[in-house]
Ligand binder design. Structure first.
Ligand code: AMP
Ligand code: ZN
Length: 461
């Protein structure tokens, strides 16, 4: 069996993955701030780390992998949204957290083992700040508690930058009460009309970075195996999480592997709310099966940028049509529960090379299509399903995929017959017959689309 290698941002190279305890593999991924809908760029880390979660569960056992993805439910943007809408904060955060779960569920994202909410961990956060103050790593100034970056010699190691770069790059907020411009907020005062909790420093609320350090420790431990998120989180978020956790835990590393996904882009720009170029998952799933969106997200290697286009979705749909076409043809065959084929697994084990894995999946679909004997068919179908499920794909009912679920068998058989007749006509370049058959299909409410990679069809409601 091939071993799993992962690119570790801290080491800046691929490393063999070795969990501290194979009986309890731990992964923490920074989750959403719940004040609005998630866009498809936000879905990229959810899908990437869900795929890794599936790979880890296969390797170590379903109950041996503990995956925590937090919900940030206290934040400036949430407070602002609540204020603008006149609704209580909890209404906003519950509403958007529910939508987030449903939207990601539509993309086949398994629920993480734990979904800790920041507001349920305020005592742990206060405890960590106290610990940092006692240890000389944090100081109180102007009602805030700040982390003293000069007190942590390795600050900047993850993002590979020194303090001068950070200040020159103006990535840090300069404030008169800071000893060093790169010092960041652990705890800040809350205004009377803002959510706040009593603390040794007065009524206040936590800084964002602190939330993840406290929740990761509480649920997974002081040193975890994998910590993940988008590449924009490397600095300052993860750099600051590391500084807090390492200094609060007497030098113990926060995570042994740091993983970061690349950006989903529109043209050359990162998809982001501030640029106004977002496509919401909530809207996309009205027009596309969630599986098409998931597949499209997996077409690029997770560390590479991924350009989001209508063409990508159309191509992806055709690819999945092919997989489901094969599964439909083998509908009556009972799949042999099989192991995931080696070449496919090797691709995923190579730092989650999903583009390679998808091309292997196509090979498996081709094999299943060509299988002749019943034994061959059963085995090929089993391998195809096992591989697809590791990517979170291929588990829908093939008839449902093509919109055929509610049809009576005679109508279904008629559609199948017409599809085959049209295909034969096209192969023989008999365009007149192909067009005539398409008209017949359209009359049965079957939409046919001819593309460069072949034709696709589906029954409209
Ligand atoms: P945010 O709501 O901006 O804090 O993002 C939530 C998560 O989505 C973080 O892990 C980000 O790194 C990630 N993310 C945001 N925008 C993109 C994007 N365009 N492409 C990939 N990941 C993104
Ligand atoms: Zn975080």
């Amino acid at each position: 069996m091939t071993s799993l290698t992962l690119f570790d941002t801290m080491a800046r190279r691929k490393r063999d993955f070795e969990p501290t305890d194979p009986g309890r593999v731990t992964m923490y991924v920074c989750g959403p701030t719940v004040y609005s809908y998630a866009h498809i760029g936000n879905a990229r880390p959810a899908v990437v780390f869900d795929t890794l979660f599936r790979v880890l569960r296969r390797l170590y056992g379903a109950d041996q992998v503990i995956y925590a993805r937090n919900i940030t439910d206290v934040d400036d943007k949430i407070i602002e949204t609540a204020r603008e809408s006149g609704k209580p904060i909890e209404d906003i955060t519950t509403h958007y957290a529910d939508i987030y779960r449903a939207d990601m569920g539509a993309l086949g994202v398994t629920l993480p083992t734990i979904e800790p909410h920041a507001t349920d961990h305020i005592p742990e956060m206060i405890g960590m700040v106290q610990n940092l103050v006692y240890g000389g790593h944090a100081y109180e100034a102007d009602g805030h508690v700040l982390f003293d970056v000069a007190s942590y010699e390795k600050y900047g190691r993850l993002s590979n930058r020194d303090l001068d770069d950070m200040i020159a790059g103006a990535r840090v907020e300069v404030a008169s009460y800071k000893r060093n411009p790169a010092d960041f907020v652990l705890w800040k005062p809350a205004k009377d009309d803002e959510p706040g909790w009593e603390s040794p420093w007065g009524r206040g609320r936590p800084g964002w970075h602190l939330e993840c350090s406290a929740m990761s420790e509480k649920h997974l431990g002081k040193t975890i195996d994998i910590h993940g998120g988008g590449t924009d989180l490397v600095f300052p978020h993860h750099e600051n999480e590391i500084a807090q956790s390492v200094c609060a835990h007497k030098g113990a590393p926060m995570a042994n592997y740091w993983l970061h996904n690349g950006f989903l882009t529109m043209g050359t720009d990162k998809m982001s709310k501030s640029l106004g170029n977002v496509q919401l998952v909530h809207e996309l799933i009205k027009d596309h099966p969630g599986e098409v969106l998931r597949y499209a997200l997996l077409t690029a290697h997770y560390r590479a940028p991924l350009t989001w286009t209508a063409d990508l979705l159309a191509k992806t749909r055709r690819s999945l049509d092919r997989v489901y076409g094969v599964l439909r043809r083998l509908g009556d065959v009972e799949a042999t529960p099989g192991d995931v084929p080696a070449a496919f697994l090797e691709a995923l084990h190579d730092d989650l090379n999903t583009p390679k894995a998808l091309s292997e999946l196509f090979q498996l679909a081709g094999n299943a299509n060509k299988a002749v004997s019943d034994v061959e068919k059963a085995r090929a179908k089993g391998e195809l399903l096992a591989a697809a499920s590791l990517l979170g794909l291929g588990q829908s009912d093939p008839d449902a995929w093509f919109g055929l679920t509610d049809l009576d068998p005679a109508e279904r058989a008629k559609i199948d017959d017409l599809i085959i007749r049209r295909q034969t006509a096209r192969e023989g370049k008999d365009w007149a017959t192909a067009d005539a058959v398409r008209d017949e299909l359209n009359a049965l409410k079957v939409q046919v689309d001819d593309g460069p990679e072949g034709s696709t069809w589906r029954k409209l409601d």
